[in-house]
Design a protein around this ligand. Structure first.
Ligand code: GTP
Ligand code: SPV
Ligand code: MN
Length: 593
């Protein structure tokens, strides 16, 4: 087990609180994984997929009430309300504990508590961090083995050092003799709770994704963002990719887009431009620190992908499809009669017959989706054919450019570049996007999602902006990444996407690459630099002059209204909001006049 006294003591206390029938310390071995999966099959949680089509892979359907992150039930429990800020749900930490302790009492009766030591980041990297998740969900234990480096070797590295305690329960204790359900959960009592000062996570009532795999959003973003601010680094909702030019020069780029807005797709992109290559470092989270050379270095703290299934195909994202060809878990997708998986957009033709994610017989004319819109695959990152050779480098990879973006059907051009770091922080602070199925809420409604971190920043967002601004105050500021804003989702008057997206986004990446090298022609507009006519490589692409013009059009009237909406938005942050961002807004308004 472990010699770590703090860990032993905490597990003992949590066992006394939650009263599981058994405690299982995860060693992370294949044999243990196989055993957990066969228990899940016996319970009806997992179904083994056809081993000839999808070796060592499982299908899992959740309770239909537990299908996405629940932002309304997510809390930041700092001592002071102001430290959580107005974009987070705040509760006093003592009050939250007083509320939750009775709820946790006996919550694991009839179940096994899995003790999961895990490392976010390569074992032993100075950027990595160790957490221990206690969970009564075998589904979580199985997913954590794919998503994180977990098990015995983590305890060896941890030694007697501190760790991040993460307590998770599905919130459904079993009475003696009570039969379990395939997906236990407690939708009426869901709490995803963070104690940023104590650096501790308590999650209750949900077994799904970011609510339950606590290394991901809860630790690697909400808690890590607090640690990052304290110690001068960054924990961000960003993909990381390596881009190599036909001349063999390589640059690394990160991108922050809100949930279900294209990070996984961009991270694994197969360029349509001849000679260019994209390699994947990470698809969801980046931890970044300055190196001794003054450059910003990023690691992917995760070990797997928890990606959106619908829309993923050999056409749109071949590397994702190949990553999940075996050793993967599929949640809320449909089952084919042959024992493989299917979801909307996976093949051009819909299969004639399926079993839907709701376990119902499904045919294409039924009018209902076969897979849930937030259905996900869990796949080992190492299985990605385009995984970057440096993806596990403990030093991280040096970042040349940062992209922000979201789904904006109008106004925002395909790409524009900030004038400088401070203006780039302004661009990050005003990211806005249509809402998606990744979280509970109205799909399609436009909301501001600064830095794609609205649901994931563990402290006051105004302080977060200030932290980003502060990192730009360096004597060697010329080594900072260049900052861009992209929008793959601008639509024509007829409501069709103007830009083909996916592999064609390599054309935009090429311009970013060139801008970082001091090349790449640009036009200066009131909102930033856009590619000069002819500077975006559209050779071989079937796109009309009118569409191209519309993709880059900067609509002055529209931007004047946008600036007014930003001013209203900024006013919601209160007294800690940094003055420099008002300066940037004022400068934008001035340029639009
Ligand atoms: P999370 O895992 O929730 O953080 O999502 P993500 O940001 O990784 O999004 P992902 O790459 O999974 O894409 C989500 C959806 O957007 C999928 O249905 C994609 O098909 C679609 N999408 C991704 N890239 C593009 C693009 O360039 N153009 C268009 N039109 N759609 C895209
Ligand atoms: C997101 O919602 O941004 C995700 C999925 O990456 S989850 O892990 O559920 O947060
Ligand atoms: Mn995400």
């Amino acid at each position: 087990m472990t010699s770590n006294i703090r860990l032993k003591q905490w597990v003992k206390e949590m066992v006394e609180l939650c009263e599981p029938d058994q405690v299982h310390w995860c060693d992370g071995s294949q044999a243990e994984y196989d055993q957990i999966c066969s228990i899940l099959i016996q319970k009806g949680t997992f179904r083994r997929l056809n081993p000839d089509l999808r070796p060592n892979s499982f299908l899992c359907e959740s309770d239909p009430r537990d299908v996405a992150r629940v932002e309304q039930s997510t809390f930041i429990c700092s001592r002071q309300r102001e430290d959580a800020g107005l974009t987070n749900n705040w509760r006093d930490p003592d009050e939250m504990k007083a509320l939750l302790l009775p709820i946790y009492h006996g919550c694991m009766r009839g179940r096994t508590m899995y003790v999961i030591p895990y490392s976010m980041g390569p074992l032993g990297s100075s950027i990595s961090q160790i957490g221990v998740e206690l969970t009564d969900s075998g589904y979580v234990a199985a997913n954590m083995r794919i998503m994180t480096r977990m098990g015995k070797q983590v305890l060896d590295v941890l030694g007697d050092n501190p760790f991040i305690p993460c307590l998770h329960s599905v919130g459904k204790p079993l009475r003696p003799g009570e039969e379990d359900v395939p997906w236990p959960c407690n939708p009426e009592n869901r709490y995803i709770v963070h104690f940023p000062e104590e650096k501790m996570i308590w999650s209750y009532g949900s077994g799904y994704g970011g609510n339950a795999l606590l290394g991901k959003k809860c630790f690697a973003l909400r808690i890590a963002s607090v640690m990052a601010r304290e110690r001068g680094w960054l924990a961000e909702h960003m993909l990381i990719l390596g881009l190599t030019s036909p001349e063999g020069e390589k640059r690394y780029i990160t991108g922050a887009f809100p949930s279900a807005c294209g990070k996984t797709n961009l991270a694994m992109l197969i360029p349509t431009l001849p000679g260019w290559k994209v390699e994947t470092v990470g698809d969801d989270i980046a931890w970044m620190k300055f190196g001794e050379d003054g450059r910003l270095y990023a690691i992917n703290p995760e070990f797997g992908f928890f990606g959106v299934a619908p829309g993923t195909s050999m056409e749109s994202n071949r590397n994702a499809m190949l990553s999940m060809r075996e050793n993967s878990i599929f949640t809320n997708v449909a089952l084919t009669p042959e024992g493989d998986v299917w979801w909307e957009g996976m093949t051009p033709e819909k299969p004639p017959r399926l079993t839907s994610w709701l376990h119902e017989p499904w045919t294409p004319d039924g009018g209902k989706p076969a897979a849930h819109p937030n259905a996900r695959f869990t796949a080992p990152a190492g299985q990605c054919p385009a995984i970057d050779p440096a993806w596990e480098d403990p030093r991280g990879v040096p970042i040349s450019a940062i992209l922000f973006g979201g789904r904006r059907p109008s106004l925002v051009p395909l790409i524009h570049q900030s004038f400088n770091w401070q203006h780039g922080v302004f661009l990050g602070s005003v990211v806005s996007s249509e809402r998606t199925a990744a979280a509970d809420g109205t799909v399609g409604a436009i909301r501001r999602d600064p830095f794609a971190m609205l649901p994931f920043c563990g402290y006051n967002m105004a302080d977060y902006f200030a932290h980003w601004l502060c990192l730009g105050n360096r004597h060697d500021a010329d080594k900072l990444p260049r900052i861009f804003y992209v929008n793959w989702f601008r639509k024509s008057a007829a409501g069709r996407f103007l830009w083909p997206g996916y592999g064609e986004n390599s054309r935009v990446l090429k311009w970013v690459f060139e801008r970082c090298s001091g090349a790449g022609e640009a036009l200066t507009t009131p909102i930033g630099h856009v590619p000069a006519p002819g500077a975006l490589d559209v050779r071989g692409l079937e796109i009309g002059e009118a569409e191209l013009a519309e993709l880059f059009r900067v609509d002055r009237e529209g931007w004047i209204r946008e600036a007014a909406s930003i001013r209203e938005y900024y006013a919601t942050f209160g007294p800690r909001f940094p003055q420099q961002l008002y300066e940037e807004l004022g400068a934008l308004e001035g340029r639009l006049r």
